[in-house]
Design a protein around this ligand. Sequence first.
Ligand SMILES: Nc1ncnc2c1ncn2[C@@H]1O[C@H](COP(=O)(O)OP(=O)(O)OP(=O)(O)O)[C@@H](O)[C@H]1O
Length: 291
Amino acid sequence: MIECEGLVKIYKTDDLEVVALQGLNLRVEDGEMMAIIGNSGSGKSTLLNILGGLDRPSAGSVSVGPWDLLKITEDQLVEYKRDTVGFIWQNNARNLLPYLSALENVEMPMMLAGKADRNYAKQLLEWVGLKDRMYNKLHQLSGGEQQRVAIAISLSNRPKMLLADEPTGSVDTRTADLIMDIFRRMNRELGVTIVIVTHDLTLAGKVDRVVAIRDGLTSTEFIKRNPNLDDGVVVGLSGLQEVHEAYVVVDRVGRLQVPKEYLSALNITDKATIEFDGERIVIMPPKSLEG
Ligand SMILES: Nc1ncnc2c1ncn2[C@@H]1O[C@H](COP(=O)(O)OP(=O)(O)OP(=O)(O)O)[C@@H](O)[C@H]1O
């Protein structure tokens, strides 16, 4: 479904260039539900905005299904966003209309797209657990309930891919669990491909595959050892590693990212020695050329 290779995004301001993505590789299969984690500023939102067609890549290649997002025209982009992508943000509720009911809020984008479908709108609200609240005005709903209305809206165009940027960032743990259950259902029953960007490792631990981004590059992949086990409680990165196997990502030309803390522990700055002993590849500080 998603293929990024050597994806680069440079933000240019008057006197500054920020390289937010520096040649990122990522592949997401059709029907997969996965998470992207990474420190603040590592490029997660940039990647999601590019995948959602909200921002243009600078170089490299990125495609979603049949769409090449580097070459796509403005008109095609409108079509792509309308038909392929569903988007969920942390504070979606601010994009909702408080004086309309939950149902009217879900119907509104359908009407704007010329595809009004009251029954489907009702079904979506039922799916997100708001069957009994669909006629309530938005302002009568709690923050968590509003976030679920937003999820229903993101599915109203029957997207093939759902992109969620910190979807549980402003709700409590119980609501976060509920939202994850909704995602899982949408993924399993409707086959929607789901990409979740999160800081929350507990949340990330609930999906089968987690990709970590560091400095605008995919650095590590965590793959669940037993995908049939739904969710053990994951606490911190070590928790993630208990349920998931961690792999360093090696790109097509053999590049991989060595964690900064390993490099600084060995005082490796710009060069290293690399040796192959038949079984392992060993990276060491450069050998002195003298003596
Ligand atoms: N519109 C912009 N103009 C200039 N620089 C930007 C812009 N958007 C993002 N950046 C920079 O690009 C880098 C990646 O930002 P991005 O928002 O993708 O990170 P993130 O991993 O989503 O962070 P967070 O978890 O804090 O949201 C950062 O250095 C950021 O300052």
